[in-house]
Design a protein around this ligand. Structure first.
Ligand code: SF4
Length: 358
């Protein structure tokens, strides 16, 4: 198995299977997640025989970084090679005193949102905990990252086991020791998995809402067919009304609704009113995301005046509504533009590793 990304329990089990006490697992976790070692041989306080056994039996690998580029606005895009040979991307976004890392949870995505470039790849590969965590560990800026958002390529709740495992490593005291409040998972709303995320973690949640009415949302987000937004919002309202932890108290998790602003498709005033009526009373905020265009679609970005008019409908109802500024557009790192290329190990190893754009 891959030691990187393993939980404390898994490491303790591996230690006991090798005839060592379980506390060796905690020592191994320290080496992995505090000291960032890349080989079992470097785990200096483990017995030599255990290190030799782990060297021969297990991997300790993370994805290979293929390329990094920097936008004129300071946003960086990193391209990684997944263990299966496909590629995926992360974006690093500086904003004031925050440095937000946007990680991918899949190479590609099968949800098929009509306005998303990643959707065109289809699902190429699920990412393992190591491939998710490697996007943080192997960054030159690792120690300066303040926030992590699962908003890169893929639907996190279509790869729930790996996403939850990566969150456990990020937030456990034996792992990276991050506060869950610095982590946000974005999802179109895969109902059973959303419940798991709410039950098993305290992270912030961002629901990709886009439109409140089924007839508006279904043509954009195919998962609406199986998991209607009305049911997703019912679940969130129910948990908020019952004040189920951590929807209660000063340190409660943050819930947001994301709306991609598409001219004439999602940005009409009556659609803003429908969103207002849907989420009214749920402690949350709305983020309006200007759509970043790419070739081959019939969509257009909303005008600034339409976005402001939409915002004013929600603000009048007392709903905190922010307009996200587009970042990293010139390097394809902006929201909805992380698409990677269908590279193989062979093409990734050529002298010109730049990915083909789709
Ligand atoms: S918007 Fe998100 S869920 Fe929808 S296709 Fe793109 S990556 Fe997948």
């Amino acid at each position: 198995m891959n030691l990187f990304g393993a939980s404390l329990d898994e490491l303790a089990t591996l230690a006991t299977q090798a005839g060592e006490p379980a506390y060796r697992g905690k020592q191994a976790a320290d080496w992995l997640y505090r000291h960032h070692v890349t080989t079992p041989a470097a785990m200096a306080n483990l017995p030599a025989a255990l290190r030799v056994e782990w060297e021969s039996k297990h991997d300790l690998i993370s994805p290979r970084q293929i390329e990094a580029s920097t936008s004129t606005d300071g946003t960086k895009k990193y391209i990684w090679e997944a263990f299966g040979g496909d590629v995926f991307e992360s974006a690093l976004i500086p904003e004031g005193d925050r440095l937000t890392l946007c990680v991918s949870s899949q190479a590609g995505c099968k949800i098929g949102c009509k306005f998303c470039l990643t959707a065109r790849k289809g699902l190429r590969q699920q990412l393992s905990p190591a491939e998710i965590l490697g996007q943080l560990r192997d960054l030159p800026e690792r120690d300066h990252v303040t926030n992590i958002v699962y908003m890169g390529m893929g639907e996190p709740l279509d790869n729930t086991d790996a996403v939850l495992a990566s969150i456990r490593v990020l937030t456990s005291e034996w792992g990276y020791g991050w506060s869950a409040r610095r982590i946000t998972v974005s999802s179109v709303g895969i109902l059973p998995d959303l419940e798991r995320l709410l039950d098993e973690t305290d992270v912030n949640v961002a629901i990709s809402l886009h439109a409140a009415r089924r007839e508006d949302r279904l043509p954009l987000v195919p998962s609406e067919n199986r998991y209607p937004i009305a049911s997703i919002v019912d679940l969130l309202r129910y948990r908020a009304e019952l004040a189920l932890p951590p929807f209660t108290g000063a340190g409660r998790r943050r819930l947001s609704f994301e709306i991609t602003m598409l001219d004439g498709v999602t940005d009409r005033p009556e659609q803003a009113a429908a969103v207002r009526d849907l989420i009214q009373g749920i402690p949350s905020r709305v983020n309006l995301i200007p759509w970043n265009p790419f070739p081959g679609t019939s969509f257009n970005s909303s005008s600034r005046s339409s976005i402001l008019a939409y915002q004013s409908v929600l603000k009048r109802a007392g709903i905190v509504t922010t307009i996200r500024e587009s970042r990293g557009q010139d390097i394809g790192a902006a929201c909805g533009l992380l698409a990677g290329a269908q590279m193989t190990r062979t093409t990734a190893a050529t002298s010109n590793p730049a990915p083909r754009s789709l």
